[in-house]
Every structure is written in structure tokens, then in C-alpha cells.
Design a protein around this ligand. Structure first.
Ligand SMILES: N[C@@H](CCC(=O)N[C@@H](CS)C(=O)NCC(=O)O)C(=O)O
Length: 205
């Protein structure tokens, strides 16, 4: 494929997950920083790309076709997984694929979503609701220990989108986790932290 990719974003979890996915998929891309503090995501130019005024946004350029623009980090990750060449999900015809989606959506809905909601509630000064959701998110993150009992990665024998999502959350919350109870998670985290694609993706913005 002769497509070229541009990722617009900032140093946030949603954007770094997409950058890591692009790296691990072996796709070449350029990253463009959007200055959220300066409100660049509300500019007319950015609004044309994503009327929701949020990052990340991926632009895919193919010869003789109009640019393809995609928002929503999870949709972008699934799209990137299809574009390959590197594999981020097992063959869709297999049970392993369904398991990889199970674990990917587990992290997205049970770990990341309550974490974002907690962040929002804290900004609204609702401290006890924020703390309750934060605790729920951290408990769901620690639960991943059980997915790593017999396999090197969260969905089995290969690195998938589920690992990317969990990695950014573990990385951000290292001081909040009860590491003594989490030997599998620790082994997994140390190994994933050393992957060249993960290291490069973390430096995208
Ligand atoms: N569900 C969206 C969330 C996107 C999102 O909230 N992006 C944040 C940065 S991580 C943002 O653009 N915030 C600026 C704002 O909302 O004003 C996704 O996964 O892409």
C-alpha cells in the first residue's frame, strides 16, 4: 500500500496509544502536535478535520483518492491494525481474535473509561465520586494480572491492541498499583516497556 499517514495529537493516553499502534504495525507516519493548552483543537482548520474538536485524528493519504480522516482513538487503532504489515490482532477467523477484542474492550471500557470519567469529576470538584471511579479503574487494571497467568501477553501468545491500551494505563499509574500482588503484570510491563515500537510511540508528541 502506498498510503501515508499523519497523526495529529498531543502527549495524552488516547494519542500515545495510536502512536504505539502505528509503530507496532510497522506503518510509517508523521506526527503533528496540536497545542491543547492554546486551544488549537478549536481552530477552524482543526474543526474541519474533527468537528468534535478532539485529538487524536489520523489522516490517511492515498494517491488519486481524497484524504481519509478518522477520529476516535479506538476506531483509529482498529483501522491501523487492518492496515498492517505488522500484526496487532490475530486472524479474524479465529477464536484468538475474539479473545483479543474481549481484552481490548475490557481495558477500554473497564479501565480507561472510568479513569477518564474520574478525571472529569475531579475537574468538577466532585472529589468523592472521582475517587470512587478511580478506585474502580485501578481494580480493573490490577485484574489484568489474571489474564497473564499462562500467557506472555494479555490476549494470549501475541502482542495485541489490548497490550497497548493496558500499557499506557499501567505506565501512568505505576505508583498506585500493588506491585507485590502483581508478579505477572510486572513481568509483562517490563517486557512491553522495552519494545522499540512502544518506546518510539511514547515519544511521538
Ligand atoms: N473518545 C475519544 C476521546 C478524545 C479526547 O477526549 N481527547 C482529548 C485528549 S486525550 C482532547 O482532545 N481533549 C481536548 C478537549 O476535550 O477539549 C477518543 O478516544 O479519541
Amino acid at each position: 500500500v502506498s498510503a501515508s499517514f499523519e497523526l495529529l495529537g498531543a502527549a495524552t493516553g488516547n494519542c500515545l496509544r495510536v502512536a504505539i499502534a502505528l509503530e507496532e504495525a510497522g506503518l510509517s507516519y508523521t506526527s503533528r502536535s496540536i497545542d491543547l493548552r492554546a486551544g488549537e483543537h478549536h481552530s477552524d482548520n482543526f474543526r474541519k478535520l474533527n468537528p468534535a474538536c478532539k485529538v487524536p485524528v489520523l489522516i490517511e493519504r492515498n494517491e488519486s483518492q481524497p484524504d481519509f480522516v478518522l477520529a476516535q482513538s479506538n476506531a483509529i487503532m482498529l483501522h491501523v491494525a487492518r492496515r498492517g504489515p505488522g500484526s496487532l490482532l490475530p486472524d479474524p477467523e479465529t477464536a484468538e481474535y475474539a479473545i483479543a477484542l474481549e481484552r481490548f474492550f475490557y481495558v477500554v471500557t473497564d479501565v480507561i473509561a472510568p479513569n477518564h470519567a474520574s478525571f472529569f469529576l475531579r475537574s468538577e470538584q466532585d472529589r468523592s465520586a472521582a475517587a470512587a471511579l478511580e478506585q474502580k479503574s485501578m481494580a480493573a487494571l490490577e485484574f489484568i494480572e489474571r489474564y497473564l497467568t499462562d500467557t506472555p501477553f494479555i490476549a494470549g501468545s501475541t502482542f495485541t491492541l489490548a497490550d497497548i491500551c493496558a500499557f499506557t494505563m499501567v505506565s501512568r499509574n505505576q505508583t498506585k498499583l500493588g506491585w507485590r500482588r502483581l508478579p505477572n503484570l510486572k513481568r509483562w510491563f517490563d517486557k512491553v516497556s522495552d519494545r522499540p515500537g512502544v518506546l518510539r510511540g511514547c515519544r511521538a508528541f
